[in-house]
Design a protein. Structure first.
Length: 143
């Protein structure tokens, strides 16, 4: 289309129905792609997708609940923490998120940034806090 109308700047925005995933913007001019934008996963991508889809965030569940993950007190080696968090995500049916989180943490610039990214995907807690959750045979999960 950009080649057919070389003097027109064409901007294409998209967002999947899985709000916040697979969204972005590309701009074309004179038959060439001149700009690309892919929002960071999380709040930025959810807000971008909501704008593209013309929906209010209150109308759509913004994020899946984060599973609890016992990282407090664990060996603080970042690769160990990635493994624990990824395993927690996979056990909670979040395989894509586990892969994405692992890649983002591996490419992060610092230990603090890595911890922050992990915290976007899981609710960081201690083993003691995990043990406080017990199963009530009649009523299910309790805290």
């Amino acid at each position: 289309m950009s080649e057919m109308f070389p003097c027109v700047k064409i901007e294409h925005e998209w967002a999947d129905e899985d709000i916040g995933a697979n969204c972005g913007r590309r701009t074309y001019y004179n038959g060439e792609r001149i700009e690309e934008y892919y929002p960071d996963y999380g709040k930025e991508s959810i807000e971008f997708a909501a704008k593209v889809m013309e929906i209010q965030l209150e109308e759509h569940s913004q994020e899946r609940p984060k599973p609890r993950c016992p990282l407090i007190g664990a060996d603080g080696n970042v690769f160990n923490l990635i493994g624990i968090a990824a395993r927690t995500l996979r056990r909670n049916g979040m395989r894509d998120e586990a892969k994405e989180m692992s890649e983002r943490v591996t490419n992060s610039g610092s230990y603090n940034e890595a911890l922050s990214i992990i915290g976007e995907y899981v609710d960081i807690c201690s083993d003691d806090e995990m043990e406080e959750e017990t199963i009530d045979i009649e009523g299910g999960m309790t805290e």
